[in-house]
Design a protein around this ligand. Structure first.
Ligand code: SAH
Length: 261
């Protein structure tokens, strides 16, 4: 009798708050309702806890890579942007309870929502200013675009996969973002209608920098792009265009992104 009681207690504990490799997931039952406010009213402290854990892990990754990246800690403005965007609203339905793990997650079509550490690092490297016009290639879930939109004036984002572009557009519109503009098309061409851009972020790996993107980067503009032929040999690269249009490139970190199509 005593043993049965212990087993039952264990099961209840596991069902409520699962911890794998020390990472806490949001309990699944709070997502029975898709309405975030209701979910947050049910278990506000669960959100705070998993969000805090995710930020701790991102900050740890930032600190151990600082020698390569030059970024020692997250800036106040990037931290604020992160706190304003709830990642569980951007993952695939059913995956909400994994949303605050510091890992990429599948969003369908063979694509992923980037790892929070990578989103944070790329955003820091861009050093976004309030008046910046930013071009993102690879809208995917719309998560990175939402973070950028907290910091920049306008975000233009291009997605080649039709259903991802449409889902992100609908989602971001419902969330009330007015400064994110989505184009369905091949990002190799950039988005000439709104060029030049102060900052360009590419979230899929290209073999070389697409020339149209370089053209659409404004003088004193910064681009961050993963470059490399195979998935095992990609490097996050920082590209700077000076006042005269001269380009300099700096290799930042070994990374693993989905390939550019
Ligand atoms: N920024 C996204 C990450 C998406 S993963 C997020 O926050 O969720 C990379 C995305 O790049 C995928 O959605 C993929 O379809 C898109 N992609 C790949 N090649 C592309 C291209 N040539 N033009 C536009 N988008 C592209």
């Amino acid at each position: 009798m005593h043993k049965i009681y212990i087993i039952l207690f264990f099961l209840v504990e596991i069902g409520h708050d699962v911890s794998v490799h020390g990472v806490k997931y949001l309990p699944k039952e709070i997502f029975n309702s898709k309405v975030e406010e209701i979910a947050m009213k049910l278990l506000p402290e669960a959100y705070d806890e998993v969000y805090k854990k995710m930020i701790e892990e991102v900050e740890f990754s930032i600190s151990i890579t600082s020698k390569d990246t030059g970024i020692k800690k997250l800036s106040t403005k990037v931290l604020r942007a992160f706190s304003q965007v709830r990642r569980h609203l951007f993952v695939s339905p059913g995956d909400e309870s994994y949303a605050y793990i510091n890992a990429p997650l599948s969003i369908g079509g063979g694509q992923t929502i980037s790892q929070p550490f990578i989103v944070a690092l790329m955003t820091e490297l861009l050093d976004i200013q309030p008046n910046d016009k930013v071009l993102e290639i690879g809208t995917g879930s719309g998560y990175q675009a939402a973070i950028l939109a907290q910091l920049a004036k306008e975000v233009y984002t291009v997605e080649v996969i039709s259903f991802l572009a449409q889902t992100a557009e609908e989602k971001l519109r419902n969330f009330g973002y007015c400064n994110i503009h989505i184009l369905e098309g091949n990002g190799r061409k950039g988005w000439i209608a709104h060029a030049p851009y102060n900052k360009i972020i590419v979230t899929a790996a290209a073999e070389t920098i697409p020339p149209k993107l370089l053209e659409q980067l404004s003088p004193r503009g910064i681009m961050v792009i993963p470059l490399g032929e195979s998935k095992n040999e990609q490097f996050l690269t920082l590209v700077y265009k000076d006042e005269e249009g001269n380009i300099t490139q700096q290799t930042i970190l070994s990374v693993s992104f989905v390939p550019f199509v």
